[in-house]
Design a binder for this molecule. Structure first.
Ligand code: 2P0
Length: 330
């Protein structure tokens, strides 16, 4: 029998994915564009065996409950169907994050699971097929198949919705992303529920969709031209617009906390002081700051005046998914 093993790195969207056209297939309402990072990743091993009588899911060495296991089983069913297998699996997954700050990501987790499980059943998927499969687990996972910049093309079917790498002449090597981990949690709304509520009820959702194509165009042009300022400006604008939609949802919600706003204001202040840096935020209160690598130390020095060292995590561009298959004793 074969053990499939995969390591996938998380990615942060510069142009955000926010809303689904199809819940079951995870087809998004808009294209999104991301940077894969080196600082957070998931390693997952999967074996399938006729000796197993149910799927078992270990996360960070802890056997998970029925609810978490059922989610993994539903995803494994997609792969079992593809491989025409009825074997149960043992899934062993480990998240590598620098602190216990709640930064574990479904992007790296589902991409690693897609890679490891498909390899264990002998499916040798190309990157596009792997991106499509990862997408079925979590939309943002479609982008973690690739290193550097990737764009998830929304498509209009299971076959046509997948991420592709963006040629960048290594521009990503010039970039850093500093995570500011803030500790004042808002009441959680999962990204899945939050984006759905926004699509269905937010008066601002159409406004969001209307400007995504031009933001993508600006981001692609900034990457081609290695124009950090243009990339930063459109990154920040995309995040602000995405988060704006949540305020008009019914009931309204926000992922911003007082501390998030403090970080965003500091970023604006640093820019006024001549340090080019731009923020983005996802479905939680932490703020990520995009900065040129040559200015990373200056940014961290300024942030250190306001935050504890363990609240600051610096990441750089990371690689694409790595998959291995090993023969093991049954
Ligand atoms: C993104 N986020 O583009 C956006 C921006 C959060 C804010 O993708 O429901 O875990 O599994 O497809 O991918 C987080 O949502 O959601 C996300 P599902 P996912 O990164």
């Amino acid at each position: 029998m074969y053990k499939g093993h995969a390591r996938a790195y998380t990615n942060i969207a510069l142009i955000k994915y926010w809303g689904k056209a199809d819940q079951e297939l995870i087809l998004p309402m808009n294209n999104s564009l991301s940077l894969t990072l080196d600082a957070f990743y998931t390693e997952t091993s999967v074996t399938f065996s006729s000796e197993y009588t149910e799927d078992q899911f270990y996360l960070d060495q802890q056997l998970q409950d029925q609810k978490a296991t059922a989610k993994v089983s539903r995803f494994l069913d997609l792969i079992r169907n593809k491989a025409q297998s009825q074997l149960f699996a043992k899934v062993d997954s480990q998240n590598f994050v620098p602190t216990a700050a709640g930064l574990a990501s479904s992007a790296s987790g589902l991409a690693a699971l897609a890679g490891a499980a498909s390899a264990a059943l002998g499916l040798s998927l190309d990157e596009r097929e792997l991106s499509r499969l990862a997408r079925r687990g979590s939309g943002s996972a479609s982008r973690s198949v690739y290193g550097g910049f990737a764009e998830w093309q929304k498509g209009n079917s299971d076959e046509t919705s997948y991420a592709v790498p963006i040629a960048s002449d290594d521009f990503e090597a010039d970039l850093s992303m500093v995570f500011v981990v803030v500790n004042d949690h808002q009441k959680d709304v999962s990204s899945r529920d939050g984006m759905q509520r926004t699509v269905e009820t937010s008066a601002f959702y159409d406004g969001w969709l209307a400007t995504v194509p031009q933001d993508l165009e600006k981001a692609r042009a900034a990457i081609q031209g290695k124009d950090f300022q243009a990339l930063g400006e459109v990154t920040e604008a995309s995040a602000l617009k995405m988060h704006g939609t949540t305020l008009a949802a019914v009931p309204p919600f926000t992922y911003w906390s007082a501390e998030s706003m403090r970080v965003m204001n500091l970023v604006r202040q640093f820019r006024n002081e001549g340090l080019a840096c731009y923020f983005t935020m996802d479905a939680g209160p932490n703020v990520k700051i995009l900065v040129e690598r040559k200015n990373e130390a200056a940014l961290v020095a300024k942030l250190t005046e306001h935050f504890a060292a363990d609240q600051l995590i610096t990441a750089h561009a990371g690689p694409g998914i790595k998959i291995q298959t090993k023969e093991v004793e049954a």
